[in-house]
Design a protein around this ligand. Structure first.
Ligand SMILES: [Fe+2]
Ligand SMILES: [Fe+2]
Length: 173
């Protein structure tokens, strides 16, 4: 893969992923109004970060003259459904989902920065501008998770595998 090509793909996948994240939080915000009202304010704040991340990658895609990923709408739909289900399951499921997603996302962002360093400065700066907020989502959600939470055990493998699958697919579309 040529340098700019892999940078284009990464920016495109991240843009679709951020859309997925926005939609996960939208589904959770809707459902948490019934199941976990105390989380709503934080979820709205996290969604606001994800909207900015999506805008950062969209601006970078447009600068490159590239279209959004074919997986964009799928990410949005899948994310919203995941958000609704986990939101209705309650606060433990919401926190477990964020921790699982962010764990996978953070590992990929670090790999991306490693691969793109010195090769694609614009992509590196877009990615670098979002990492600290993703770390914050992970840390704050981990703090809500009580040890031995049943949803963490049930949801983590499913959510991790789905997040990996979406990234894998997006890189190949
Ligand atoms: Fe994000
Ligand atoms: Fe996030």
């Amino acid at each position: 893969m040529a340098g700019s090509d892999i940078g284009d793909r990464i920016v495109k996948v991240n843009h679709a992923g951020e859309h997925g994240a926005v939609c996960i939080y939208s589904g959770q915000i809707f459902a948490a109004r019934f199941t976990a009202r105390r989380l709503v304010k934080e979820l709205v704040e996290f969604r606001c970060h994800e909207q900015r991340h999506r805008a950062v990658f969209w601006a970078e895609l447009q600068r490159r003259g590239k279209p959004r990923c074919h997986s964009y709408l799928l990410c949005g739909f899948g994310g919203y459904v995941l958000g609704l289900i986990t939101g209705f399951l309650g606060a433990g499921a919401v926190a477990a989902t964020t921790v699982a997603v962010e764990q996978v996302v953070l590992r990929h962002l670090e790999q991306q920065l490693f691969v793109l360093r010195g090769m694609d400065p614009a992509a590196v700066s877009a990615i670098s501008s979002i990492v600290s907020e993703e770390r914050e989502h992970h840390a704050r959600s981990s703090a809500h998770l009580k040890a031995g939470n049943v949803w963490a055990k049930v949801l983590t493998p499913v959510v991790s595998a789905s997040t990996e699958a979406v990234i894998w697919l997006g890189m190949r579309l």
